[in-house]
Design a binder for this molecule. Sequence first.
Ligand SMILES: Nc1ncnc2c1ncn2[C@@H]1O[C@H](COP(=O)(O)OP(=O)(O)O)[C@@H](O)[C@H]1O
Ligand SMILES: [Mg+2]
Length: 236
Amino acid sequence: MLISLRHINKIYTTGEVAVHALDDLNIEIEQGEFAAIIGQSGSGKTTLLDIVGCLSQPTSGEYWLHESHINKLSDSELTAIRNRQIGFIFQTFHLLPRKTALENVQLPLMYAKATHTQQQDRAQELLTRVGLQDRMQHHSNQLSGGQQQRVAIARALANRPALLLADEPTGNLDSQSGNEILTIFDELHGQGQTIVMITHDPLIAQRANRRITLLDGRVLADESTKSPTQPILQEI
Ligand SMILES: Nc1ncnc2c1ncn2[C@@H]1O[C@H](COP(=O)(O)OP(=O)(O)O)[C@@H](O)[C@H]1O
Ligand SMILES: [Mg+2]
């Protein structure tokens, strides 16, 4: 099992109001799955993804990623896991605007202490992989939304993460660019990449092999279409 969430609760306390954003949540996700998290606004999707991405800790419950009991780790261990094992893709891309596409993709490799040559080779390979071989020297604010999201995918894959997390990755894109992003996800999934993607769009959720529906911080439905692809992670 790649991800195991056991009796997860997340309570936000703001002033005198406590919001039970995740309520005794239990989810397991295997390596190689492409899971969509769906549910209405406020149902806890982003809170869940933040916990899975080690960006925040649950109020109670256990989160295991591979063999690591995430709740027991120090901040520096969590930083290392986020850098090495998790790739993030956000609705609004979150690229550094004054840096080139190449530099944006090199950044996580730099944090992982790759040599400059290794950073360049890997970043070029990934940008080619997402179809941006002729945009490597463009600054990210000179790229279209769809191109920026492809840079973000390349950046997310830089350190060959076990897990790719995406929060509404096509939410800011026109339908054609969105489709190109989903096609890349399909290919990555076909190569064995584990993907967890939030979406509110049922058509997009159909692209995943599993749909987990949240309501009020609990799992309302959990449905799989295809069996997960071969769990062998190829070189991506
Ligand atoms: N930082 C926060 N502080 C207080 N309440 C929060 C915070 N983040 C989310 N919430 C509340 O938790 C619930 C779940 O939010 P969220 O996970 O963002 O849902 P979704 O992504 O499904 O829209 C909502 O009621 C929201 O208002
Ligand atoms: Mg959200």
